[in-house]
Design a protein around this ligand. Structure first.
Ligand SMILES: O=C(O)CCC(=O)C(=O)O
Length: 336
């Protein structure tokens, strides 16, 4: 059944409802390795240099990697292990958590939005709301038994990193360090634990097709063993090799809007492979629903007229889920 999960099920061939039309396949032979993705050392003591590196990366790439980021190796190792253990649970156990309703605050799902899409993606994912923790943790999976402890600890550490990055991004735009945070309000935090099982025909499908992230900032942890993340830069897809002890940081649509288009929310996608399962853990910082997304006046002067109309995040998020993931950049619908 198309809406069933795919992890833990053996496939000898790719079901037809995962096969992309010829014009819309990953064309893996055209993808190059990305050797110059900025790797930013957050332990750097030269604050001005650090802020400049972050600003340059947000403007020129829309994504970068960070090292010495303050999230402990123990938290990272443990979450990767518990995520693998979760997806290795029996299918019947996992199916107890299955839902295709995107409004649910905890669910195991597959593909992206199975009710809307015509071709599915070779991915299962566990989607969790993570802030405030005491509100959402009780509904998280109770198996593996260490899941809640490990994931909640990781969430706290990653949130600190995200807030620190938002302050630096704010300063890199010439704003006060709290400026972006103040606009984004009491931010939510979501997690997608993505699991891409071995795929019988990786060249015919995606784990996740090209998309931009609707939120403010994404902190992505990649499984070191298996690559799969690709980012669009200057019209070309680049493969991002996982680096030890690093996170990939993606600028989301809301920071593109708040920077008045100066910083880019880039298209990225995940491809799958034939032999090994791949895992990634994406943490998203999400504006409060009522946050009014409007670039600060300092960024809308002279020839830099406001590119986007003002909107609330609730309005944006509804639009995001109502469309196909890989069609238009969702911000296009909010242009002046
Ligand atoms: O698995 C990956 O590398 C990408 C994940 C991603 O883009 C997402 O969860 O939105």
């Amino acid at each position: 059944m198309a809406t069933n999960i795919i992890s833990g099920i053996k496939f000898s061939s790719l079901p037809t409802n995962y096969i992309r039309p010829k014009s819309d396949r990953p064309k893996l032979c055209e993808v190059s390795d990305c050797n110059d993705i900025p790797v930013i050392d957050l332990g750097c003591q030269h604050k001005n240099r650090l802020i400049k590196q972050i600003g340059d990366a947000c403007r020129d790439y829309g994504f970068f990697q960070v090292i010495n980021h303050g999230v402990s190796k123990e938290a990272v190792d443990k979450i990767l292990k518990v995520a693998h253990d979760f997806f290795n649970l029996p299918v019947e156990e996992k199916m107890k958590l299955y839902s295709d309703d995107p409004s649910k605050t905890m669910r195991l799902a597959t593909s992206f939005n199975v009710k809307k899409e015509s071709v599915h993606n070779w991915r299962d994912y566990l989607r969790l709301h993570c802030y405030p923790l005491d509100k959402y943790m009780p509904e998280w999976p109770s198996l593996p038994s260490s899941f809640k402890d490990i994931v909640s600890n990781y969430c706290k550490e990653v949130r600190e990193l995200g807030i620190k990055l938002q302050e630096a991004i704010s300063e890199s735009l010439g704003l006060d360090k709290d400026s972006l945070k103040n606009i984004l309000g009491e931010q939510g935090q979501h997690m997608a634990m993505n699991y891409y099982p071995p795929c019988p025909k990786p060249e015919l499908t995606y784990g996740l097709p090209a998309h931009t992230d609707p939120n403010a900032l994404t902190i992505l942890l990649q499984d070191l063993q298996v690559a799969g993340l690709q980012v669009l830069k200057d019209g070309k897809w680049l493969a991002i090799k996982p680096q030890p002890d690093a996170f990939v940081i993606n600028i989301g649509d809301q920071i593109q809007a708040l920077s008045n288009g100066k910083y880019k929310s880039v298209w990225h996608r995940a491809i799958v492979n034939a032999d090994k399962a791949r895992l990634s853990v994406a943490s998203f910082l999400i504006p409060s629903e009522t946050a009014k997304i409007s670039a600060p006046n300092e960024l809308k002067t002279g020839e830099n007229a406001a590119i986007y109309r003002d909107f609330t995040y609730a309005e944006y998020y509804e639009k995001f889920w109502s469309r196909d993931l890989d069609k238009d950049h969702c911000l296009e619908f909010f242009k002046n």
